[in-house]
Design a binder for this molecule. Structure first.
Ligand code: NAD
Length: 433
């Protein structure tokens, strides 16, 4: 996983921010909420409620280090909104995890689940720790103790964590085991992103990249482009970037550039994506295998049809937005386009398909995993991929409907779909008591 690029600031909702670089996840989430609310007829009290998390849990997580000393870490779980179903979202282990970051990213999850029409609300959590400084045993003890501290507030019908930065399927297996031990029954549905042998879903790892590829295909169809005549540049060759690039390559597109942290491989004739190891298979192998290397900055401004930023946030800024030559930007990473750059791209008529739709395959297959767990029945990979395709098509159709009906960007259209669904659910349920 790449490091977090959203800086966190202790700023109020109305604080002015430099929209190009320094917006926190919380500010972004609230700005998107305000922006979507201006387009639809929605009760202002619902918008007010959605500005805040329902609950934020802060816990201390003491563990015994391998040298016998005891160290205490701080963990969080921010639960934003559950009007449509249990909370859902990742747990990250990263030194910069803060309360506000968890709240902001939890809100993003609310919008993402709603745009995909999944019966979940949004949450995010984590521990402020550098996982690289922990031995596997220490990480296991930390995870089990964290599970215990969160036990009352998570559960298959309450809040379902998943892997995020610094956590992985093994972390989820420990969390599920610790929870199950205390509950006295095996409860696979308490987390998603587990190894398949303990209830994880086939196809979960490649799902975010697959959804990016599916959305790219749908965009090409919508704009009457043949995939066979489409050139693609992908920044980042990790879980999201490599899976998206390989699928698009398989489907006939010409992938002309891919990159890792050190630079980009560029071949106008097309790259054989299967022959280049992904970040997972061999870290930072792209530049090692490349005959000609260009910089990551150059990759972003290549004259291609489709640009897929799939490495990290805030890479398309006011510095380079004027030079982006692609017709379509499909956001594989979370938050790759700053707000100011987004406006420039909109003025230049470059279609930007937002992260909450494009990379939502991960949470969608997490939903499939949860269904498999509560039904105690594993799906085939073919079924997972077919159902993911159907969910992406349905979400695309809903977003396209708003895009066509209103004079808005694809990003606004996606947030309008999400907010409308959440607002309708709030209206139907009412405010208790
Ligand atoms: P990853 O660690 O598997 O791969 C990251 C890739 O980006 C690597 O190829 C790395 O070399 C490259 N990279 C790192 N720093 C870079 C830099 N400064 N410039 C250019 N390239 C750089 O990560 P991932 O899981 O593919 O995640 C990528 C993005 O997608 C992140 O923003 C993440 O939040 C988002 N995302 C991931 C998932 C998921 O489930 N994996 C789901 C949704 C969104």
């Amino acid at each position: 996983m790449v490091s977090q690029t959203h800086t966190t600031h202790d700023k109020s909702d109305d604080a002015t921010t430099d929209l190009d670089q320094s917006e926190s996840a919380l500010e972004t989430a609230r700005r998107q909420l305000r922006s979507a609310a201006t387009h639809i007829d929605i009760d202002s009290s619902i918008v007010e409620r959605l500005k805040y998390p329902k609950k934020v849990h802060e816990v201390t997580v003491p563990i015994k280090r391998d040298d016998g000393t005891v160290e205490v870490f701080t963990g969080y779980r921010a639960q934003h909104d559950s009007v449509r179903g249990p909370f859902k979202g990742g747990l990250r282990y990263h030194p910069e995890v803060t309360r506000d970051e968890c709240v902001g990213l939890g809100m993003w999850m609310t919008w993402k689940c709603a745009v995909m029409d999944l019966p979940f609300g949004g949450a995010k959590g984590g521990i402020a720790v550098n996982p690289k400084e922990l031995s596997p045993e220490e990480k296991e003890r930390l995870t089990r103790r964290f599970a215990q501290e969160l036990r009352d507030v998570i559960g298959p019908n309450q809040d379902i964590p998943a892997p995020d930065m610094g956590t992985d399927p093994q972390t989820m297996a420990w969390l599920m085991d610790a929870y199950s031990m205390q509950e006295g029954e095996t409860t696979p549905g308490v987390v998603t992103g587990k190894p398949p042998v303990v209830g994880g879903s086939k196809g979960r790892e490649e799902a975010p990249g697959r959804s990016v590829a599916i959305i790219t295909r749908l965009v090409c169809e919508y704009y009457d482009r043949q995939l066979e005549e489409t050139t693609v540049a992908v920044q980042g060759y990790g879980s999201v970037g490599a899976n998206a690039a390989r699928l698009l390559d398989d489907w006939g597109a010409t992938v002309v550039a891919i990159s890792d942290v050190n630079g980009a491989m560029y071949d106008p004739a097309g790259i054989d994506t299967a022959s280049v190891p992904s970040h997972d298979e061999e870290p930072e192998a792209v530049t090692k295998y490349a005959e000609s290397v260009i910089s990551n900055d150059e990759l972003l401004t290549l004259d291609v049809d489709v640009l897929i930023p799939a490495a990290l946030g805030n890479v398309i800024t006011t510095e380079n937005a004027g030079a982006i030559s692609a017709d379509f930007v499909i956001e594989g990473a979370n938050g790759p386009t700053t707000s100011a750059a987004d406006s420039i791209l909109a003025e230049r008529d470059i279609a930007v398909i937002p992260d909450i739709l494009a990379n939502a395959g991960g949470v969608t297959v997490s939903y499939f995993e949860w269904l498999q767990d509560i039904n105690r029945r594993a799906w085939s990979l073919e079924r997972v991929n077919d159902e993911l395709d159907a969910e992406m098509q349905a979400a695309w159709d809903a977003v396209r409907g708003e895009f066509e009906q209103r004079d808005v960007t694809w990003r606004d259209a996606a947030y309008i779909v999400a907010l409308s669904r959440i607002a309708e659910a709030h209206e139907a349920r009412g405010l208790w008591p």
